[in-house]
Design a protein around this ligand. Structure first.
Ligand code: FAD
Length: 445
């Protein structure tokens, strides 16, 4: 038997992996009785912000991570592939279809018992040594957070994160908005005109928007510049304060897009990505923000095409709880202090939906190995999953930052081809070959 605390991306994947190996699982999920600040449903694996699982090609590190997970029988990847919506070179999903697919699979699995209720402390070593996986995510409840702090000491850290607004499609002015993917890269069949809706801005429109953005009131009293935000998810107003053109080289960059009304790239552009299968919700790409809702509506409505935008959800800020991985974890996602205790998902010090699910996959697999009396195993460092595990357990603990998977944390090829694309494709080829060998050794063991 295994206890898994938290039925999010990591916990659901871990439960699935353990059950596939014939091990009974009790999965504890506190919602709906005890909600979090951002979850809205009682579904397992609810996506709380963007509906994107990011890039889905093998020249992209997160694309490789997904492929490795598919080969390892990932439930999260199966559900995501089933719930796919148009999103250029990325894998984006209808969040309700996705969460429903995961919940159905877990509740129908006879070896998994789903228990609704908050776990307030980490269970002690049980008589039967039932392994425990803590997968309670960035919004781990307060009582469990304090217990984790007691276990890991003052290395238990946190920072702030922010999410983007979602608007109703019918409230957009389609006379101003044009559909296109950057560089015409659409992955969706029949979507020749592109996957994104683009709101083009002239210099005058950009300047007006920029002034309003930097003058808007923040929803918290925090000094934004001193807060600890994850660099990959900076609030748009924090980015804007770094310089007038920072956004034009970031989420509002116009490269690879031509406004059909002028035949030229716009001065700046705001991209909208479809957020559900029905196609009636669109999120503003890279527009995570903690501006007060009144001011937020005013600023967003300065964007051409969004003058009458109706909001399905406003952007907001939240706390993100995570442990100092290198101090606490082994590359098997076991804790250094207690071999039967695992952390997985965002709370273990990874960043992102796919990374969270990937860590759950390994933790579930290894907890099941313990139950069978086998030794837990790490994946080869040359795989994306193995590289992530190595980063989480070996990065510099004195300034630890949760990481997305990138080629930068994977071992370099030797010799490395000069051509960047070739290098990335060969890295993927090596990873998948090493993964297949590792999987073969598991079967043979
Ligand atoms: C607001 C926000 C926006 C984010 N945006 C993105 C994004 O756009 N893209 C991206 O890739 N990543 C994003 N992340 C980061 C991360 O990928 C997600 O949080 C992801 O859901 C993490 O997966 P997880 O399984 O670790 O945690 P979760 O999916 O949050 O699952 C944890 C589960 O544990 C439950 N739980 C918590 N405490 C207890 C307890 N004591 N007892 C029982 N159950 C408990 C929770 O209810 C929850 O269901 C965001 C995070 C947040 C908070």
């Amino acid at each position: 038997m295994i206890h898994i605390i938290g039925g999010g991306l990591a916990g659901s994947e871990a439960a699935w992996q353990a059950a596939r190996r014939g091990v009974p699982v009790t999965l504890h999920e506190m919602r709906p009785g005890r909600p979090t600040a951002v979850h809205r449903t009682e579904g397992l694996a609810e996506l709380v912000c963007s509906n994107s699982f990011r890039g889905d090609k093998l020249d992209n590190a997160v694309g490789l991570l997904k492929e490795e997970m598919r080969r390892l029988g990932s439930l999260i990847m199966r559900a995501a592939d089933e719930a796919r919506v148009p999103a250029g070179a990325a894998l984006a999903v209808d969040r309700d279809v996705f969460s429903h697919a995961v919940t159905e699979a877990i509740t129908r699995e006879p070896l998994i018992t789903l228990v609704r209720g908050e776990v307030t402390r980490i269970p002690d070593v049980a008589e039967d040594h039932a392994p425990v996986i803590v997968a309670t995510g960035p919004l781990t409840s307060d009582s469990l957070s304090s217990d984790i702090q007691t276990l890991v000491g003052d290395e238990h850290l946190y920072f702030y994160d922010a999410i983007s607004p979602i608007v109703l499609a019918e409230s957009l002015d389609m006379a101003k908005v044009f559909r296109a993917s950057r560089w015409d890269r659409s992955l969706t069949d029949g979507q020749a005109e592109g996957d994104y809706l683009n709101c083009p801005q002239s210099k005058v429109e950009y300047d007006t928007f920029y002034e309003a953005l930097v003058a808007a009131e923040s929803a918290t009293v925090h000094d934004l510049d001193r807060e600890k935000f994850f660099e990959g998810c900076l609030p748009i107003e924090v980015m804007a304060r770094r310089g007038r053109d920072t956004l034009r080289f970031g989420p509002m960059k116009p490269v690879g897009l031509v406004d059909p009304r002028t035949g030229r790239p716009p001065y700046a552009v705001v991209q909208l990505r479809q957020d559900n299968l029905a196609g009636d919700h669109f999120s503003l790409v890279g527009f995570q923000t903690q501006i007060k809702w009144g001011d937020q509506a005013k600023v967003v409505r300065l964007i051409p095409g969004l003058e009458r935008a109706e909001f399905v959800r406003f952007g907001m800020v939240h706390r993100n709880t995570y442990i100092n991985g290198p101090k606490v974890l082994l590359p098997t996602w076991q804790t250094r202090m207690r071999g039967d205790l695992f952390f997985a998902g965002q709370v273990s010090g990874v960043e992102g939906y796919v990374e969270s699910a990937a860590s759950g996959l390994v933790a579930g697999m290894n907890a099941a190995a313990l139950v069978h009396g086998d030794a837990p195993r790490a994946l080869p460092r040359t795989t994306a999953i193995g590289a992530l595990a190595h980063y989480v357990s070996h990065a510099d603990p004195s300034n630890y930052q949760p990481a997305n998977i990138t080629h930068g944390i994977m071992p370099a090829l030797e010799p490395a081809p000069k051509d960047k694309l070739k290098r990335k494709l060969l890295t993927a080829e090596r990873a998948l070959a090493d993964l297949e060998t590792w999987m073969g050794a598991q079967v043979g063991a």
